[in-house]
Design a protein around this ligand. Structure first.
Ligand SMILES: Cc1cc2nc3c(=O)[nH]c(=O)nc-3n(C[C@H](O)[C@H](O)[C@H](O)COP(=O)(O)OP(=O)(O)OC[C@H]3O[C@@H](n4cnc5c(N)ncnc54)[C@H](O)[C@@H]3O)c2cc1C
Length: 756
């Protein structure tokens, strides 16, 4: 709190003439907030997002956050059972033939605790860190999205998490050991046909009543009716976490009739529960389907956390969602990025057209650079967010940022990978490592807060209130029912806020005029200027955010094109912070510099364009033109990554190197020689080994046309002319065989092999 503000007395002229009228005005123009919106805002904590909103981020603080690390036990699990699980999975067989995981895979998942990564050891769970949880999901995702989704759901929003956080002792003692051993298959059912994004409006309900139950008379409980859809693991679940609205018309619990959203644990084998039908989410084989309940009676102690938690369901959900969003879907997205970087990089070097590896064409190089640069950024954001979670934070705004940006970046990366693979990406089969991931893209985009909504409504909508240093205080002051207290609190927050705006105005202008060169920062060498540029943009963002809020007030909530752009700037600032942190934490590896620079240049350019787009589209032209001059006094300074930088990033993907290994660390690398990933790696090595020999041969025999004898004819002639040795000829033949093998695509009999 600002020092001067803390000395404020309630009877000052300032309060009378400034704060009081403004408080009245704000109360009038601020849109009313529903209970569910309020609870969503209250949920979670503010972390690095608060620094970015301050306009003056303390970079040393960022660098001091410990980088998350796996324990020896976690590493052994990833090297052992996780590799074993990946080995057991044949994704093509799953998605094309079986439509479900084989029984032995289900059993392996249950027996080895894959469904219990978040459950403490005292209940028989693995009790892994968030990093370990993420690494497991990420590795499995590089093998099979269907298997990864099966593993991730019980470890995220499934009722396990809710029981852990809020369950009664009895619920924990009974359910957690059963969940840990896989004796219960959990699912969580919130979404209803009329309540998707607007999940707070679920029509599913429970009525508090008394009924005879399991031989006991007049048990106090709830009669539930619901109609849910899209529920993952729902068709096979034994334990359903259910969200519904609870009503108490007979006042059996108290005065209140409408208690609000409540969460309960429903065994799926009790009368009235109807499960078992499936949806078919884009050819994936994880279980997903609708479920229904007709007059299902359960006692009140089925409420997660017991009867005293009746009506607190929304807040509980929001808090758990903020964890889940930061772990599972980012892990899945980064897995896709790593897989594409590794296999499409290799494919681009091995696949030839016009007598050249396709990766050497500038057009393909551009797509490769996007794959590498975005994967570097995604992995950095994943890791930084896990640091926050492992520190015990519940960073709701940051979780929304990584959910949105990592799934969107995955979409870009996989699209680029598909383009580079051409027909080999399109024709499905065991050789195609990307096609199923491409099909699954919209799933991550839609679940856990559909992306359009997350970008345009949640990131800035929640960020402006939660992460802004003063707005939450002002809002709390506005709803304080004690008028005098309300005015004092509002006045303090307002004065500090005004000082904050002026400070950011001058800082934005001065940093703009001096291009940020005067900003002190902990960077050195290649990173120094980036810290300066980001501090400059953070000040500009804080200023423009306040200006937008002042000009548009509560209507900014409906102006999603504007608030979406503000969310973009905040997000890019977070992504850029994560990139710098990763580079520093990994010991500033020199070979990673192109990845660092490419991804930072991209984030800076994108945040600049979002800010510029916002200012251009603000409703009051003179103010917006003035602000453009303040923020960008010499014009827009940032450019997208240069062609040269893109070339360097693409090169990292085309060559085996430490940087390539670091970028793709954590993906599953099979060892069987007939696996497509292994064949690609082998072909890459062989093709590189003979590149010099091939060049020599082609240069010497430029005039020679082998005709139908093709490559073999050329090799024979080169040996006969002593251009290459017999041994070299063998190496070229081996490389050709490896190359020819990995560019093949699968074909099937007329029935596509369904009968086999
Ligand atoms: C494969 C799969 C698994 C799922 N698993 C579960 C599960 O286990 N449990 C569960 O409860 N639910 C689950 N869901 C449901 C999921 O959470 C919803 O699909 C999601 O919330 C979106 O709802 P909707 O599909 O009805 O889309 P809609 O709500 O109809 O939204 C349609 C579009 O409108 C946009 N939109 C809506 N409102 C706004 C707004 N205010 N501003 C901007 N854009 C907006 C959305 O972003 C979206 O693009 C799953 C869904 C799928 C597809």
């Amino acid at each position: 709190m600002d020092k001067r503000a803390s000395q404020t007395k309630p009877d000052t002229w300032r309060m009378k003439w400034i704060s009081q009228p403004l408080l009245k005005l704000f109360k009038k123009v601020t849109p009313s907030m529903s209970q569910t919106e309020r609870e969503a805002l209250d949920a979670g904590s503010v972390w690095w997002d608060g620094e970015l909103f301050s306009g003056k981020p303390k970079w040393k603080k960022l660098l001091a956050f410990p980088a998350p690390a796996l324990s020896a036990e976690e590493q052994a699990f990833i090297d052992g059972p996780v590799n074993e699980l990946c080995k057991m999975i044949d994704d093509w067989d799953l998605t094309n033939h079986r439509g479900d995981l084989p029984q032995e895979v289900w059993q392996f998942i249950k027996d080895n605790g894959f469904l219990s990564m978040i459950i403490p050891k005292e209940y028989g769970g693995l009790d892994y860190s968030n990093l370990a949880h993420s690494e497991v999901v990420m590795k499995v995702a590089t093998r099979s999205i269907s298997a990864a989704v099966t593993v991730m759901v019980p470890n995220s929003l499934g009722p396990g998490k809710l029981i852990l956080e809020y369950g009664t002792k009895e619920q924990k003692d009974y359910y957690l050991p059963r969940l840990a051993k896989g004796q219960e298959i959990p699912c969580f059912a919130l979404t209803a046909p009329d309540a998707g994004s607007d999940a707070g409006s679920i029509p599913d309900y429970g009525i508090v009543c008394k009924q005879d139950y399991q031989g006991k008379k007049d048990v106090l409980g709830m009669r539930l009716n619901w109609n849910k859809r899209y529920i993952t693991l729902g068709p096979v679940a034994t334990l359903l976490g259910l969200a519904f609205k609870l009503y108490d018309p007979d006042h059996l619990l108290g005065d209140e009739e409408n208690l609000g959203i409540t969460l309960a644990l429903i065994p799926t084998d009790i009368p009235g529960v109807d499960i078992g039908r499936r949806h078919m989410p884009l050819n994936m084989t994880f279980m997903n389907g609708p479920n229904y309940g007709k007059d299902v009676f359960v006692p009140l102690d089925s409420i997660i956390g017991g009867p005293e938690r009746a009506g607190q369901g929304w807040r509980m959900l929001m808090e758990c969602l903020s964890d889940g969003r930061g772990i599972s879907l980012p892990a899945l997205s980064v897995g896709a990025g790593k897989l594409c970087s590794r296999v499409v990089g290799a494919y681009s070097r091995v696949r030839r057209q016009f007598k050249m590896p396709i990766g050497r064409f500038e057009g393909v190089e551009e797509a490769l650079a996007r794959i590498g640069g975005n994967t570097y950024m995604m992995d950095a954001a994943r890791t930084l967010t896990l640091s926050a979670l492992d520190l015990g934070e519940k960073p709701s705004v940051i979780s929304a940022i990584v959910k949105y940006h990592l799934t969107e970046s995955m979409r870009k990366v996989v699209n680029d990978a598909m383009d580079i693979q051409g027909g080999a990406g399109i024709c499905l089969g065991p050789r195609n490592l990307i096609g199923r991931g491409y099909q699954a893209l919209p799933i991550s985009i839609t679940v856990e807060g559909a992306n359009i909504l997350t970008r345009s409504m949640i990131i800035f909508g929640q960020g402006a209130i939660r992460s802004h240093p003063y707005i939450f205080q002002e809002m709390e002051a506005m709803i304080d029912e004690n008028e005098a207290e309300s005015l004092i609190k509002f006045d303090r927050a307002l004065m500090a806020h005004i000082y904050f705006v002026f400070r950011n105005f001058w800082r934005t202008l001065i940093h703009g005029l001096t291009a940020g060169f005067l900003i002190r920062n902990p960077g050195k060498g290649v990173t120094r200027r980036y810290y300066q540029k980001l501090t400059r943009m953070s000040a500009a963002f804080a200023l423009v955010a306040d200006m937008a809020l002042m000009m548009l007030g509560g209507s900014l909530k409906r102006k999603e094109k504007l608030s979406g752009r503000l969310g973009d700037v905040l997000s890019e600032l977070y992504l850029a912070s994560a990139i710098l942190k990763r580079f520093e934490d990994q010991g500033r590896p020199k070979e990673d510099v192109p990845l660092l620079r490419w991804s930072l240049d991209q984030t800076l350019y994108r945040m600049q364009m979002a800010l510029y787009g916002l200012l251009k589209n603000m409703p009051m032209k003179p103010i917006s033109l003035f602000m453009i001059r303040v923020v960008f006094p010499w014009g827009r300074p940032f450019s997208p990554p240069s062609d040269r930088l893109g070339h360097e990033v693409a090169n990292l993907l085309l060559n085996p190197s430490e940087a390539r290994d670091r970028l793709t660390k954590g993906m599953y690398m099979p060892d069987a020689a007939d696996e497509q990933v292994v064949k690609l790696e082998d072909a890459l090595q062989k093709v590189i080994q003979v590149e010099e020999i091939e060049k020599r041969m082609r240069n010497a025999l430029r005039e020679f046309d082998p005709g139908f004898a093709g490559m073999d004819g050329l090799i024979e002639k080169a040996v006969a002319d002593k251009v290459i040795t017999r041994q070299e000829a063998d190496a070229v033949r081996a490389a050709e065989a490896a190359r020819s093998d990995v560019i093949q695509v699968d074909d099937f009999p007329l029935d596509l092999g369904k009968e086999a």
